[in-house]
Design a protein around this ligand. Structure first.
Ligand code: TYD
Length: 140
C-alpha cells in the first residue's frame, strides 16, 4: 500500500472491511494494506476497572491503530491544535494515532477488549508522559 492511499476521517477513524458470511464475521488487518505501517507490536487492554482513565501520553516515533474488538471505550485526542473525543464501539472501525496525538482512554465497557497495533517495539524512551513536555515538543 502506498501510505498516501490510506485515508482517515476528521476523527482519524477508518473502516475495516468485514468479511462476514453465514458463519459470522471476520476482519483482517495487514501491514501496509489497511494499516499504514509495518506492525511491530500488538497489545490489548481488557478487564479495565470502572472509572479508569489511562494512556496520558504521546510518542516521539510510534504510530498506532486502536480497534475496540469487543465492547466500547472513548478516546480523548489532543494534537496541541485540536482536541477530540472519539467513541470506539465497533470491531470494524480503526483509530489511527500519530506520534503527536496525546491520548487518554476512558469509559471502558466491562467487556471492552481494546486491540492496539504499533509501528515500533516497546521503548519507554519513546513515550512523552509529561503534558508540558508534549506541548514543548509538538506545540506551535
Ligand atoms: P502503560 O503505558 O502505563 O499503559 P497505558 O498507556 O495504557 O496507561 O503500560 C502499562 C505497563 O505495561 C507499563 O509498565 C509498561 C508496560 N508495557 C510494556 O512492557 N510493553 C508495552 O508494549 C506496553 C504498551 C506497556
Amino acid at each position: 500500500m502506498n501510505n498516501n492511499a490510506f485515508s482517515v476521517n476528521e476523527s482519524h477513524l477508518f473502516d475495516i472491511q468485514e468479511l462476514g458470511d453465514n458463519r459470522g464475521a471476520l476482519a483482517v488487518v495487514e501491514s501496509m494494506k489497511n494499516i499504514p505501517f509495518d506492525i511491530k507490536r500488538v497489545f490489548y487492554i481488557y478487564g479495565t476497572a470502572k472509572g479508569i482513565r489511562r494512556g496520558f501520553h504521546a510518542h516521539h516515533k510510534t504510530r498506532q491503530v486502536l480497534i475496540s474488538v469487543c465492547g466500547s471505550c472513548k478516546v480523548h485526542l489532543d494534537n496541541t491544535k485540536r482536541k477530540k473525543e472519539v467513541l470506539l464501539d465497533s470491531p470494524s472501525v480503526g483509530l489511527l494515532l500519530e506520534p503527536n496525538d496525546w491520548h487518554e482512554m476512558y469509559d471502558f465497557s466491562p467487556d471492552c477488549v481494546l486491540l492496539v497495533m504499533a509501528s515500533e517495539l516497546y521503548q519507554a524512551e519513546d513515550y512523552i508522559r509529561d503534558y508540558d513536555q508534549f506541548i514543548e515538543v509538538y506545540g506551535l
